[in-house]
Design a protein around this ligand. Structure first.
Ligand SMILES: Nc1ncnc2c1ncn2[C@@H]1O[C@H](COP(=O)(O)OP(=O)(O)OP(=O)(O)O)[C@@H](O)[C@H]1O
Length: 301
């Protein structure tokens, strides 16, 4: 099956600022992909490149096997909701649906009307008067009623309260199941991503730090805890992502590429998604070591 997103040495520069560097990814179709990273990591840049809003400076990007926004057909295959879920404030909810129907050849009006009723949006209400959660629901409805193959969301739940976030993500999951679409969404809320994503991309400092199937990644990462000085150097195939020390204890976060770590170290514990992501973000935030290049990151507490 054609990957939903494929990039090769993708880079984007704004003037002198390098927003994305050498990103090479291949994401299978029918996944819910979470894109995480600190402020300024390059998440919006990657999503804007995928939706064709901007063009790469270097490298290549393909979405569903074609150049993003190459033509009207390609535009119809992708639904994009930018950060802050922009709407036309003076148009009503119903006007938005009519506009969607005019602009999109594959518009599914039944789906749009059903969704609006289900989430309790008043078709006569001006979009500018909707709450953040209602606006997000309207934007999700508009993007989904295009019946795209890929839905892209830039921080769709950032402005929502916990209940609205849960409702929104629940709706999203229902859409994914019903419409069989792929989803690419960025968020800072790792707990939310853990609930909805089956694929993960971690970006920091404009580069990919980690990418892959969530279950496989969680299976491959461990925490090793031992009295300080008692941990043997890790065997080949075990990459130390982060090492932290207290006066008495050393904790290593490691990636096992052999699948045999537990055979040697039965006490190794699995991580949750948040712990795993934070280890990579912590590593990316450290200054690049010069004298000990290739050595694990050392953090003392
Ligand atoms: N239009 C632009 N002109 C100049 N620099 C830009 C532009 N857009 C983004 N940048 C810069 O590119 C880098 C990546 O920005 P981007 O918006 O992609 O990050 P992000 O991960 O989405 O951040 P956030 O989580 O804060 O939304 C940042 O350093 C940002 O200042």
């Amino acid at each position: 099956m054609t990957p939903v997103l494929r990039t090769d040495a993708l880079g984007k520069r704004y003037g002198r600022r390098q927003a994305l560097t050498n990103v090479t990814l291949s994401i299978p179709a029918r996944r819910v992909v979470g894109l995480v990273g600190p402020n300024g990591a390059g998440k919006s840049t990657l999503l804007n490149l995928a939706s064709g809003m901007i063009a790469p400076t270097t490298g290549t990007i393909e979405v569903l096997g074609s150049r993003p926004a190459a033509d009207a057909t390609q535009l119809a295959r992708v639904g994009f909701v930018a950060q802050d879920t922009p709407v036309y404030p003076n148009l009503s909810v119903g006007d938005h649906l009519r506009l969607g129907a005019r602009l999109n050849p594959g518009w599914d009006d039944r789906l749009a009307q059903q969704r609006i009723n289900q989430v309790g949006l008043d078709p006569t209400q001006k979009a500018g008067r909707l709450s953040g959660g209602q606006r997000a629901q309207l934007a999700l409805t508009l993007a989904a009623a295009k019946r795209p193959e890929l839905l892209i969301f830039d921080e769709p739940v950032a402005a929502l309260d916990p209940l609205a976030r849960r409702t929104f993500l629940q709706s999203l999951m229902e859409f994914v199941a019903e419409l069989e679409v792929s989803v690419l969404l960025s968020s800072h809320l790792l707990g939310d991503l853990e609930r909805v994503c089956d694929h993960l991309i971690v970006l920091a400092a404009s580069r990919t730090q980690l990418a892959g199937d969530v279950e496989e990644l969680l299976t491959a990462h461990y925490r090793l805890v031992a009295a300080r000085g008692d941990l043997d150097p890790p065997p080949p195939g075990i990459e130390v992502i982060q090492a932290t020390h207290t006066a008495r204890q050393t904790t290593l976060i490691v990636r096992d590429t052999t699948g045999t770590l537990r055979d040697h170290m039965p006490a190794a514990e699995h991580l949750d998604l948040e712990e795993m992501v934070l280890a990579y973000l912590g590593r990316a935030a450290e200054p690049v070591p010069t004298a000990n290049a290739g050595q694990p990151l050392e953090v003392s507490r």
